[in-house]
Design a protein around this ligand. Structure first.
Ligand SMILES: [Zn+2]
Length: 199
């Protein structure tokens, strides 16, 4: 898990030249077909190029032809919009995987009634996810209860996808119990929102 506080290998953003822990940067590699690929999980082989996890640095890297410079004439296409889209999808997939882990470790409460009941009871919930297609009335109720406890609410996935991730039918409200997983998930969601332009 990429805890931002843990010190790991340092890498340089190819756009702004900032040196950061590599877990805070996004890695890109060159495919055999000369295409730049986002390697959010930092698992693909080959030489990697890094940028900050924001659209400014991504766009700047493309505009100033940093990928061409590093991969010396082997790049066939770089498309900032396409890279951004791929990054959004990969972060979303990371959140989905983490939710699956949280389900297995029993760190999830799901369903609007259960979440509302738990929000009104003891502290212990860390964040709440609302599906994109949740009814506005219920969303307002949950937000109100969560805010009263200082808990953040994020809108992500539709209820069908959320249900699939939890191995259930449709789920429109999901809350996470406090812990490392919840922290990591909220960190990834914030990144996602920033890259998707929703922050
Ligand atoms: Zn940067």
């Amino acid at each position: 898990m990429n805890k931002p506080s843990r010190r790991g290998p340092q890498r340089t953003c190819t756009a702004c030249r900032k040196i950061l822990d590599q877990s805070l940067l996004v890695r890109y590699v060159l495919s055999p077909h000369g295409e730049i690929l986002v390697d959010y999980g930092r698992k693909l082989p080959g030489r990697g190029v890094y940028t900050c996890c924001d659209t400014d640095c991504l766009e700047k890297a493309v505009r100033s032809r940093q990928f061409e410079r590093v991969f010396k004439g082997r790049v066939s296409i770089t498309d900032a919009k396409g890279l951004q889209q791929s990054l959004v999808e990969q972060i979303q997939q990371r959140v989905a995987n983490l939710l699956g882990m949280a389900r297995k470790s029993g760190d999830i409460v799901s369903g609007s009634r259960l979440v509302l009941a738990e929000l009104g009871r003891v502290p212990g919930l860390s964040l709440v996810l609302l599906s994109e297609d949740l009814s506005p009335t219920i969303a307002a109720k949950i937000r109100y209860a969560a805010e009263a406890r200082g808990i953040s609410c994020y809108v992500l996935f539709d209820k069908e996808r959320m249900g699939q991730l939890l191995g259930k039918g449709e789920r429109s409200v999901v809350a996470l119990r406090c812990g490392l997983l919840a922290e990591t998930i909220s960190h990834e969601i914030l990144r996602y929102k920033r890259i998707a332009g929703e922050a």
